[in-house]
Ligand binder design. Structure first.
Ligand SMILES: [Zn+2]
Length: 419
């Protein structure tokens, strides 16, 4: 009997804000492995961690893949370590690559570790101790912070997942304007949405498959399945050479970073949550265009923010009224403000208390404290000081979800089209 075992490989923190990107390095390594007769089992994984990770490099995502643990496994390890040494952005202080090899079963403990890397923070020391305790082979470059995400990328179970097709530029073109035919992107979106999504931000009229940084990625297309990516790849036209493509299985767009909080007080700084709260005050804008409001429940209250980069989402938020009940999704940042990514309206407060209208048609005014109302036009009086319930028109709909524009969305945020 032959028992098949796998060698899991995790790679993280090889990139810097202005070059390289761990997915490109992985794609490069996968090609080298193939040239040596070593194939991947399944798609490589791109795993995003806690969006608030303090020392994050751009994107904060680790890559993992698995191969058969056979007589070529040692050659594979050598190729991987050589390529990481050759291609990582070692000049950047914040780039501290880590490579992890693992040839056992993915245990419950490892899964727990992976969720902690998404919900909380793990230090290099902790990751090192944990990795050794479960039998990982760890390779640290410089400070080796990448081992944190590498272990998580190997270990994370994916109940919900998406795919991302990445096309890479040839090195000569790095940093130059990307030559993507925008009309073909819109055509691709029309053909494949909602199987693919976040291709175009129609509200901000920009092409969202194109990165904003000078990295090797020419474009990235996200999807629920591989078939739609094939159509998308054929439809999108570019006027520059493509060095390579790679499809990653990812936890992006799954809301995996979001934990359900039973109440507001339970939420901690740098965590991301779903919570139900009632609006306490009308939203207000401060300098810089950020919008704030407060929500409360029986446990306490928290200030919520819709920041300037969320653009038109702020307009939606501005319609909140005191008493509205909302299901909010977001993360608690540096200032202890709950940054809203998305919300669902549970109950709208559509009652306004107004002065009664006189029989003559004029709105009455107060006749003094507890003295009822009087009409300034015809002199009529009402003895009751009770204001009248008036049903007002609301621009939001109960039950509906509202989200930030694509440009302001986190990698992990689940778009409404996937809910
Ligand atoms: Zn009157």
């Amino acid at each position: 009997m032959v028992i098949i075992t796998y060698l899991y490989v995790g790679i993280d923190d090889t990139d810097s804000p202005d070059g390289m990107c761990t997915t490109y390095l992985a794609c490069h390594i996968i090609r080298k492995l193939k040239e040596n007769g070593i194939s991947l089992v399944d798609y490589p994984r791109l795993i995003r961690l806690n969006p608030f990770a303090r020392f994050k490099t751009r994107g904060n995502g680790g890559v993992a893949f698995k191969i058969f643990n056979d007589d070529k496994a040692d050659l594979a390890k050598q190729i991987i370590l050589d390529e990481v040494s050759a291609l990582s952005m070692f000049d950047c202080d914040n780039t501290n690559p880590g490579v992890v090899f693992y040839d056992g079963e993915i245990t419950e403990k490892m899964k727990e570790y992976a969720f902690r890397a998404i919900y909380e923070f793990i230090t290099i020391d902790e990751a090192e101790k944990f990795g050794k305790s479960v039998g990982c082979e760890l390779h640290k470059f410089k400070k080796g912070r990448g081992i944190i995400g590498s272990i998580a990328a190997i270990s994370l179970p994916l109940e919900d997942f998406t795919y991302e097709l990445l096309a890479y530029r040839i090195p000569e073109n790095y940093g130059t304007k990307r030559l993507i035919d925008y009309d073909s992107v819109i055509e691709m979106d029309k053909k494949t949405f909602p199987d693919t999504f976040e291709n175009v931000d129609y509200s901000e009229s920009y092409i969202a498959i194109e990165p904003k940084t000078p990295c090797p990625v020419l474009y990235g297309i996200r999807s629920n399945n591989v078939e739609s990516l094939d159509i998308a790849r054929e439809t999108v036209k570019v006027n520059e050479p493509i060095e390579d493509y790679c499809i990653f299985l990812t936890n992006q767009h799954t809301d995996m970073h979001i934990q359900k909080a039973d109440n507001i007080c339970e939420m901690k700084q740098f965590g991301c949550y779903e919570v139900i709260g009632t609006v306490k005050d009308s939203p207000h804008v401060i300098d810089g265009g950020h919008m704030f409001f407060t929500v409360f429940d029986e446990s306490g209250e928290i200030e919520c923010g819709a920041y300037e980069p969320t653009k038109d989402f702020r307009k939606t938020v501005s319609h909140f009224r005191e008493g509205d009940v909302l299901r909010l999704y977001g993360g608690i940042g540096e200032q202890n403000t709950f940054n809203i990514e998305k919300f669902q309206v549970i109950k709208l407060n559509d009652i306004e208390y107004r002065n009664p209208v006189c029989e003559c048609g004029k709105t009455m005014t107060s006749a003094g404290k507890n003295k009822g109302f009087k009409c300034k036009r015809c002199g009529s009086r009402i003895s009751s000081s009770q204001k009248v319930n008036f049903k007002i028109e609301r621009l939001l709909n109960e039950g509906q979800f509202y989200e930030t524009p694509v440009s302001a969305r986190r990698h992990l945020s689940k778009p409404i089209c996937r809910m």
